[in-house]
Every structure is written in C-alpha cells, then in structure tokens.
Write a protein that binds this ligand. Structure first.
Ligand SMILES: *[C@@H]1O[C@H](CO)[C@@H](O)[C@H](O)[C@H]1NC(C)=O
Ligand SMILES: *[C@@H]1O[C@H](CO)[C@@H](O)[C@H](O)[C@H]1NC(C)=O
Length: 152
C-alpha cells in the first residue's frame, strides 16, 4: 500500500479535462509529426457510453482522432494517469441517468476543482455517477480514502 502511495505521489498524475474529437478531426487524413502526446480513448462496443478504459498514447491529438474508434482524448500520455484509469466521455454529463448500484469509485476532477493536492478526488457510488459530474475526468476503482492523496 505505501509503495503504491509513494509511486502515485512521485508520478503526480494529470488533472486535465477530456476533449471530444470533432468531426473535422475525425475526417483528417494527414497529421503533422509534432510531439504533443495525448491519451486517445476508444469506446467499448458493448458497455457504457459514459466512460471507457480502452486507451493508447498517440503523438498528438490529430493522430489520436484520426484513429478509427478514438472518440475523445485526455491531455498527456496515458502513462501520466493511473494504470487502470477509466476516462469519462466529455459528454457523459449530458444524460444523468445512472443506476444507484454500489461499486465504490474514486472520481478524479479536472483542474476546475481545487484541493490541497492535485488531482482532487471524491467518492461516487459507481462509474456512471462519477462521470455524470462534469468535472470528473477519470476514475479508479475503490474509494478515494484508500488513496490518501486523492482526498477532496
Ligand atoms: C488494475 O486492474 C487489474 C485488473 O483488473 C487489477 O488486478 C489491479 O488490482 C488493478 N490495479 C489497481 C491499482 O487498481
Ligand atoms: C461535482 O462534484 C463536485 C465535488 O464534489 C461538486 O462540487 C459539484 O457540485 C459536482 N457537480 C455536479 C454537476 O454534480
């Protein structure tokens, strides 16, 4: 447990918002080789439309969005986020319908929420309930208080 906490502290995970690939970005045929890595996220074919953990690092947002099933991206490489991070779709908050089933989840906020130590986290009943909060950009399994530094 301590080792896990130390690793998280040293890595200093990202606290940025997610961005949807625009129609123009999806239609792009050529991308520059500019290196501004993003974590591109593909939605699962079956499963929630509010979040996904299918992710890969791309050299820039253009090449991420040019990839067939990438729907949105988070700033920085995927490695800048916890290994098991599940990312919230940028439009997840548009439909607030969620079950109340309890699957303890720690939602990590983007930089619109401030706390002593970034990223700031808060506990949610499940992934859906975390992602319908517009400020949550990604989540990890379990309550935040198991990861001291996430405390909101
Ligand atoms: C990440 O996910 C794997 C497989 O689901 C699990 O075994 C592991 O405990 C998870 N790690 C963390 C830090 O949650
Ligand atoms: C999201 O969570 C934050 C922190 O708990 C809270 O202040 C905010 O009101 C929530 N936003 C919505 C839309 O529920």
């Amino acid at each position: 447990m301590n080792k896990f906490l130390i690793a998280l502290t040293i890595l200093g995970f990202c606290a940025a918002a997610n961005f949807k690939c625009t129609a123009e970005m999806k239609a792009t045929k050529f991308c520059t080789r500019e290196f501004m890595p993003v974590c591109g996220i593909k939605m699962a074919e079956k499963g929630s439309s509010k979040y996904s953990s299918i992710k890969d690092t791309y050299g820039n947002k253009c090449s991420a969005c040019a990839e067939e099933r990438v729907e949105f991206y988070a700033e920085g490489s995927c490695e800048e986020y916890p290994k098991n991070a599940t990312f919230c779709h940028p439009e997840a908050h548009l439909s607030k319908i969620c079950t109340r089933q309890l699957f303890p989840t720690c939602g990590l906020f983007d930089d619109s929420i401030n706390c002593a130590k970034s990223p700031c986290g808060s506990n949610f009943n499940n992934k859906c309930m975390a992602c319908v909060n517009k400020s949550v950009s990604y989540l990890v399994a379990g309550y935040c208080d198991r990861h001291e530094q996430y405390k909101y």
